[in-house]
Design a protein around this ligand. Structure first.
Ligand code: TXA
Ligand code: MG
Length: 371
């Protein structure tokens, strides 16, 4: 049985009995899912190898993919890394973006967290989430909290408690239900090397925002590389780009976020050409007995009404933030409606759009069609 505590993020207080119980469970080595501003995390005491092993087991996560450690206060940083020797750029990023959807990979203090948290790496990924429930819970637990996204490995990340339960009910000890999350895609993971910010995973803080604070920012350019190479689409070209990019953030190499239906991302300069091509595919797929779905935007959703079994609108093209917030729920809704073939329109790779496209392409196993 997985215990559910319901909490209102606007009204949560440290003395809340549910919060105190959830915090105690974390301290006792149990696995407790909780909301952050990005997605729900599956938390455990980062100092306990046994508790952390429970996270990997519940998720079915490969053990070479390290976890992010969550803190509630800058004073906890010194427990994880040598805070006095923190580089100036990392410090500035924390000043500007914490609490918030930015994770920093830092030199780990030996023995600070269990070895399975960092998958044996000499670094530790740290973030301070911007969510009242997460902050209060971590504070009350009194320990650094290791927390990957609270989904079964390979599935879309959870942005609602119901998503967590759909994947992990009975496999974890408890969940704090604090309502839907806000950002919708995970934190941006960065590592500063010689003053240069390397984006290991695009996320809630955009490269443009980082640049305003940190000057030199290098994104891995995974998506652009994949697009440039995939004239005909198909998984092989995209995979090649990914392998060549030699992911520094180990999690980036795994299949992720995938709905059960066969998803293809469709990109190009002309929205009309894109929708015409998708409509043609939908007709063919329907004729072959597939149950079809389209992931589109408010501006285009009327194009597909009669052609697809399920049309999901992620938001307006004018608001990539809304699209990010709705993305994972949209991918899950295709599963809920037993869709077997899905076409998704691409979004501009700007701002948070880069993170959205990164997740979409992974969800599609890098199956992309340029029309
Ligand atoms: O928004 C988020 O970051 C969410 C919420 C729950 O905080 N968490 C999350 O965790 O997305 P997870 O485990 O799904 O993703 C962690 C990412 C992976 O890509 C992993 O490879 C990378 O962070 N990572 C963790 N430790 C690392 C390290 N020491 N060096 C490089 N990458 C690391
Ligand atoms: Mg994840």
């Amino acid at each position: 049985m997985t215990k559910v505590w319901i909490m209102n993020p606007q009204k949560i207080e440290a003395a809340d009995s549910g919060l105190q119980e959830a915090a105690r469970w974390l301290r006792e080595g149990k696995r407790v899912a909780f909301p952050t501003e990005t997605v729900y995390g599956l938390g455990a005491d980062a100092r306990s190898a046994e508790a952390v092993a429970g996270i990997f087991a519940a998720k079915g996560r490969p053990s070479d993919n390290p976890l992010i450690v969550h803190i509630a206060d800058r004073s906890q940083l010194g427990d994880l890394t040598d805070a006095d020797r923190l580089d100036e750029t990392s410090r500035r990023l924390m000043d500007d973006f914490w609490p918030g959807p930015l994770t920093l990979v830092l030199p780990a203090k030996p023995g600070a967290v269990a070895a399975n948290v960092t998958a044996g790496l000499p670094t530790v990924a740290v973030r301070m989430p911007d969510h009242p429930v997460a902050l209060r819970l971590i504070e009350a637990a009194g320990c650094p909290v290791a927390a990957p996204s609270a989904n079964r490995s390979g599935r879309p990340s959870p942005t609602r408690a119901s998503h967590v339960l759909a994947d992990l009910d009975g496999l974890i000890d408890g969940i704090v239900d604090g309502g839907p999350t806000g950002v919708g895609v995970e934190s941006t993971v960065v590592e500063v090397v010689d003053g240069v910010v390397h984006v290991l995973r695009p996320g809630g803080v955009s490269a443009e925002e980082l640049r305003r604070v940190a000057g030199r920012v290098e994104a891995r350019g995974e998506l652009s590389a994949a697009l440039a190479r995939s004239g005909e689409g198909g998984p092989s070209s995209g995979q090649l780009a990914e392998e060549e990019a030699a992911p520094k953030s180990p999690g980036m190499k795994y299949a992720h976020y995938a709905p059960r239906g066969r998803l293809t991302v469709v990109s190009g300069d002309s929205p009309d050409r894109i929708s015409a091509w998708i409509r043609e595919q939908l007709r063919k797929a329907s004729a072959e007995g597939e149950r079809t779905g389209v992931l589109t935007f408010e501006e285009h959703c009327e194009q597909y009404g009669s052609e697809a079994d399920v049309v999901v609108t992620a938001g307006s093209l004018q608001s990539p933030e809304t699209v990010a917030r709705n993305l994972y729920g949209a991918l899950r809704s295709f599963d809920e409606q037993n869709v077997t073939v899905i076409y998704a329109e691409a979004l501009e790779e700007e701002g948070i759009g880069l993170a959205v496209m990164n997740r979409l392409l992974k969800a599609a196993g890098h199956r992309i069609k340029l029309v």
